[in-house]
Design a protein around this ligand. Structure first.
Ligand SMILES: [Zn+2]
Length: 300
C-alpha cells in the first residue's frame, strides 16, 4: 500500500499536511507564532513552567521546546507558508533591541514576516517609523505583559504610523488567560475611536471577551481576530467560546486569521486546526481562515 495511510502514527506533519491538502490549499499561513532571542524565549518558557500570572495558574507544558532551527524546520514540514516572530517588551528600552533582532531573523528566515513591536515610552514614534521604513510587515503589542494602557498618550502618534502604512498589529488585549490592568475591550475601543483605520488583529479571538471583540470587528472594517488557542480543548476548559456567537464568527469569515502560539502551546499544533474544523462553519470558512485571509492581507 502506498497511499496516505502509510504515514506512521505520530507523524504530526503528515496530519497537518493532509488537513490543508483536503481543503485544496497550498499550505497554511499562521499569523501568531513566536521566535525570540534565545535567552528571552528561555525566560518565557521558565515563566510557563513556573505557572506565572499570565498562565492563570494553569499547567502549561510547552510542546515544542526545541532549538530554533528545529522549530522553523517543523513549521516548514507542517506546510506553513508564512509565519511571524511575535516579540513584545515588558519594560521600557527593550523594543528597539527586539526590533533589531526580529529584522535580522526575518532576513535569515524568508518565510517569516518581518515583525516589530512597541512600548509607551519617549522615542517610540521614531523607532516605529524606523521599523516601518525597514520593511516591517506586522507589529505585535502585548497589553497584558506590558501592563500599559494601549490608549496611552505616548502611543497616539505611534499608532498613526501602522494605520497609515496599513501594517497589521497583532495585539494581545483580551483578559485571557489572566486579566491585566488594561486588558479588555474598553481601552482598545478608545484607541479605535482615534484611529478607526488601524489594522488590529486581536489575538486569541479576544478571549474571554469574545463577543465584545467580535463587536469591534463588526464596527471597524480593519479589525481582525486571530484564532490562537481559541476553541481548543485547553481554552474551552476555562474560557469557552459562547455557542450563541457562532453565527457572528461565520459572518466575519473574511477577518478571522489562523494563529497558533507555536511553539509555546500545551498541545500539538494539529489540535488548533481540528478545533477550527469542529466549529462546523464549512470548508469555505476554513480555507479563508487557515490560509486565504492572511495570504491576501500580507500578499504571500
Ligand atoms: Zn502568543
Amino acid at each position: 500500500m502506498n497511499d496516505h495511510r502509510d504515514v506512521p502514527v505520530g507523524d504530526e506533519a503528515g496530519e497537518v499536511r493532509r488537513f490543508w491538502g483536503r481543503l485544496g490549499l497550498p499550505g497554511l499561513v499562521d499569523v501568531h507564532t513566536h521566535f525570540m532571542p534565545e535567552r528571552v524565549l528561555r525566560k518565557v518558557w521558565d515563566y510557563f513552567d513556573s505557572l506565572g500570572p499570565l498562565t492563570g495558574g494553569l499547567e502549561w507544558p510547552i510542546t515544542y521546546r526545541k532549538e530554533e532551527a528545529e522549530r522553523t524546520a517543523l513549521l516548514r514540514e507542517f506546510g506553513v507558508r508564512a509565519f511571524t516572530s511575535l516579540l513584545y517588551p515588558h519594560k521600557p528600552a527593550m523594543a528597539r533591541w527586539l526590533n533589531d533582532w526580529a529584522a535580522d531573523f526575518a532576513r535569515r528566515t524568508p518565510d517569516c514576516l518581518h515583525t516589530a513591536t512597541l512600548y509607551p515610552e519617549p522615542g517610540v514614534e521614531a523607532y516605529v517609523e524606523e521599523a516601518v521604513e525597514a520593511g516591517a510587515r506586522v507589529f505585535k503589542a502585548h497589553v497584558q505583559v506590558g501592563a500599559y494602557d494601549p490608549a496611552d498618550e505616548l502611543l497616539q502618534s505611534a499608532w498613526g504610523l501602522p494605520a497609515e502604512a496599513r501594517i497589521p498589529v497583532v495585539i494581545h488585549c483580551g483578559s485571557g488567560p489572566a486579566p491585566g490592568k488594561h486588558t479588555g475591550p474598553e481601552p482598545i475601543a478608545r484607541v479605535l475611536a482615534r484611529h478607526p483605520r488601524l489594522p488590529l488583529i486581536v489575538a486569541h479571538m479576544g478571549m474571554p471577551e469574545y463577543e465584545e471583540f467580535l463587536g469591534l470587528a463588526e464596527r471597524y472594517g480593519e479589525v481582525r481576530l486571530d484564532t490562537t488557542a481559541a476553541f481548543t480543548d485547553f481554552a474551552e476548559g476555562f474560557m469557552p467560546f459562547p455557542r450563541r456567537a457562532l453565527p457572528r464568527l461565520a459572518g466575519l469569515g473574511d477577518r478571522i486569521l489562523l494563529g497558533s502560539d507555536f511553539p509555546n502551546i500545551p498541545y500539538p499544533y494539529i489540535h488548533q486546526l481540528h478545533a477550527l474544523e469542529r466549529l462546523d462553519l464549512g470548508e469555505d470558512w476554513l480555507r479563508a481562515v487557515c490560509h486565504d485571509n492572511a495570504a491576501g492581507l500580507f500578499g504571500v
